[in-house]
Write a protein that binds this ligand. Structure first.
Ligand code: NAP
Length: 428
C-alpha cells in the first residue's frame, strides 16, 4: 500500500505509554502508519531511564517495545526533539493525528527554603543519573554519611534501595559507571525515609517495601508505636520493627508524619528540617507539631513529577488537559502526560486501548504525507535522526561494552550514541 493511502499517526515519546499505544493503533487501524519520535537517539523512556537498574526483570519489557518498533508500519525517529527540530504545528500538518506520550519529565518542587543547595536533588535527577541519562548530573556532594529520602512512594523505595545496596548486590545491573563508583565511595551510615502521613497511608507497594528487609549491608529500623492500621505495608513494617538487630554498617530509618519545612546549610546541605503532624487539641484547636532536624549531606525528594511543554502544547497543573485522551482536534495524549505521574508500566497497557479506540473512531486519512514529509523536513534542516536500524546498532554496541558486573555498558552522552549508531563498535 502506498504511504499516501494510509492513516498517518505521530506519537511523541517512545516510553511505555507511546509503545503500548502504537501496538494498539496497529491492531485497530489496518492502514495505520505510526511514526514514533524520541528526543534522545535511544528509545523506551521510563524503562531505560526511570526503572531502577537493579530491577532488570522490569526492564525486560523493553523487548516487547522493541518488537513494536520493528513492525513494518512503524518508524522510529530518534534524536528528534519537538520544539527544536520540528514544531508541533508542523507535525499537525504532516500527520492525521498526533499523540503526546511525553511523560512527566520534571521533578515537582517542595517550594521550601534551601531546595537549591548542593546535596538536594529531585528523584528524577537522581534516578536519571544512576540510569546514565545523557542530560543528567552527578550529586554535587561527597562524603555522604546521612541521606534523607522524602516521600513514601515506590520511587522513594527505589532510591533508598540503590543507596543501600552493596556493589555485589548491584552486579548484573545497567547502572551508569559514574554511579557505580560514586555510591561505594560514600561512608553512608543512615538513610532516613520520611513520609508526611502515616504508615497506613504510604503509597509503597508491599513487594518493593519488603525488599528493603533483604539487603546485605542495611537493616530497616522502625518505631513500632504509631504503626496503626493493618495494611500489607504496615504488617511488613511491623515485621521490620520486630526483627532482631543485625550488625550492619547502615540503617534505613522510617519516619512518619513529618512534613519537610527547610533544607539547611551554608554552602551545601547540612540538615533537613521537618515539622511533625498537626495535632488537634480540644482546648486550643489546631496546633503545629514540633520541629525536628535530621542531619544529612544528601536529600532526594521523591514527591512526584510534572509534564513539560511539548512545542506549543503546555501542561496545566502538571499534565495536559484532555477529555478521555483527547487534547484538541487530532491531538491526543497518553500515559503520565495524560493522567499525571501515577501507575505502573502495565497501567499504560490497560489505558492504551481506550485512547486508541477514540483516536481510531475520530481519525480519517487526510491525504497528509506522514513520515515521508517528516523525513524531507528533517533532511532539509540537517537533523541527524536515528532510525530503528541505528538504534539496533547502539543497542549492540552497549551490550558488547558491558563490563564485568554489568549487563549493559550504556552510552552516557548523546554524541557517543550518535557515533555508535553509525555502526563502528564504540567504547562506552
Ligand atoms: P507516589 O506513589 O505518588 O508517591 C509520592 C510520595 O510523595 C507520597 O508519599 C506523597 O505523599 C509524597 N509527597 C507529595 N508531595 C509532597 C510534599 N509536598 N511533601 C512531602 N511529601 C510529599 O509517586 P512516586 O513514588 O513518584 O511513583 C510514581 C508512580 O510510579 C507510582 O504509581 C509508583 O507506584 C510507580 N512506581 C512503581 C515502581 C514499581 O512498581 N517497582 C517503582 C517506581 C515507581 P502523600 O501520599 O501524602 O501525597
Amino acid at each position: 500500500m502506498a504511504k499516501s493511502d494510509m492513516t498517518h499517526i505521530a506519537i511523541i515519546g517512545s516510553g511505555p505509554a507511546g509503545c503500548y499505544l502504537a501496538d494498539q493503533l496497529l491492531r485497530l487501524i489496518p492502514d495505520a502508519s505510526v511514526d514514533i519520535l524520541e528526543q534522545l537517539p535511544v528509545p523506551f523512556g521510563l524503562v531505560r531511564y526511570g526503572v531502577a537498574p537493579d530491577h532488570q526483570s522490569t526492564k525486560a519489557v523493553a523487548r516487547v517495545f522493541d518488537r513494536v518498533l520493528a513492525r513494518d508500519r512503524v518508524s522510529f525517529f530518534g534524536n528528534v526533539s519537538v520544539g527544536r527540530d520540528v514544531s508541533l504545528d508542523e507535525l499537525m500538518s504532516l500527520y492525521d493525528a498526533v499523540v503526546l506520550a511525553t511523560g512527566a519529565q520534571r521533578d515537582r518542587k517542595l517550594g521550601i527554603p534551601g531546595e537549591d543547595l548542593p546535596g538536594v536533588m529531585g528523584s528524577g535527577a537522581f534516578v536519571n543519573w544512576y540510569n546514565a541519562h545523557p542530560h543528567s548530573q552527578a550529586p554535587l556532594v561527597s562524603d555522604v554519611r546521612s541521606a534523607v529520602v522524602i516521600g513514601n512512594g515506590n520511587v522513594a523505595i527505589d532510591v533508598t534501595r540503590i543507596l543501600a545496596k552493596s556493589p555485589e548486590e548491584l552486579a548484573g545491573s545497567d547502572m551508569s559507571p559514574q554511579a557505580r563508583s560514586w555510591l561505594p565511595a560514600q561512608p553512608l551510615e543512615a538513610i532516613h525515609l520520611v513520609g508526611r502521613r502515616g504508615a497506613v497511608e504510604a503509597k509503597f507497594t508491599d513487594h518493593e517495601l519488603a525488599e528493603l528487609g533483604t539487603l546485605q549491608r542495611a537493616q530497616p529500623v522502625v518505631e513500632p508505636h504509631g504503626l496503626e492500621g493493618n495494611s500489607a505495608t504496615v504488617r511488613t513494617l511491623r515485621g521490620f520493627a520486630d526483627s532482631a538487630p543485625r550488625d550492619t554498617p547502615l540503617t534505613i530509618q522510617f519516619h512518619f508524619h513529618l512534613t519537610p519545612v527547610a533544607f539547611v546549610g551554608e554552602e551545601k546541605l547540612e540538615a533537613v528540617e521537618f515539622r511533625s503532624a498537626t495535632q488537634v487539641s480540644a482546648t486550643e484547636g489546631r496546633t503545629w507539631g514540633t520541629v525536628l532536624k535530621i542531619p544529612a549531606q544528601l536529600a532526594v525528594t521523591c514527591i512526584g513529577y510534572e509534564s513539560v511543554a511539548c512545542g506549543a502544547a503546555s501542561p496545566v497543573q502538571g499534565c495536559f488537559a484532555n477529555q478521555d485522551g483527547k487534547v484538541d482536534q487530532r491531538l491526543y495524549v497518553v500515559g503520565w502526560a495524560k493522567r499525571g505521574p501515577s501507575g505502573t508500566i502495565p497501567t499504560n497497557r490497560s489505558e492504551a486501548p481506550q485512547v486508541a479506540q477514540k483516536l481510531a473512531q475520530e481519525t480519517a486519512d487526510g491525504a497528509r504525507p506522514g513520515g515521508a514529509g517528516l523525513r524531507e523536513l528533517l533532511q532539509n534542516r540537517g537533523v541527524n535522526w536515528i532510525d530503528y536500524a541505528g538504534w539496533r546498532r547502539i543497542d549492540s554496541a552497549e551490550l558488547a561494552n558491558a563490563c564485568a558486573g554489568s549487563c549493559r555498558g550504556k552510552f552516557c552522552s548523546t554524541a557517543a550514541m550518535l557515533e555508535a549508531a553509525k555502526g563502528e563498535l564504540q567504547q562506552a
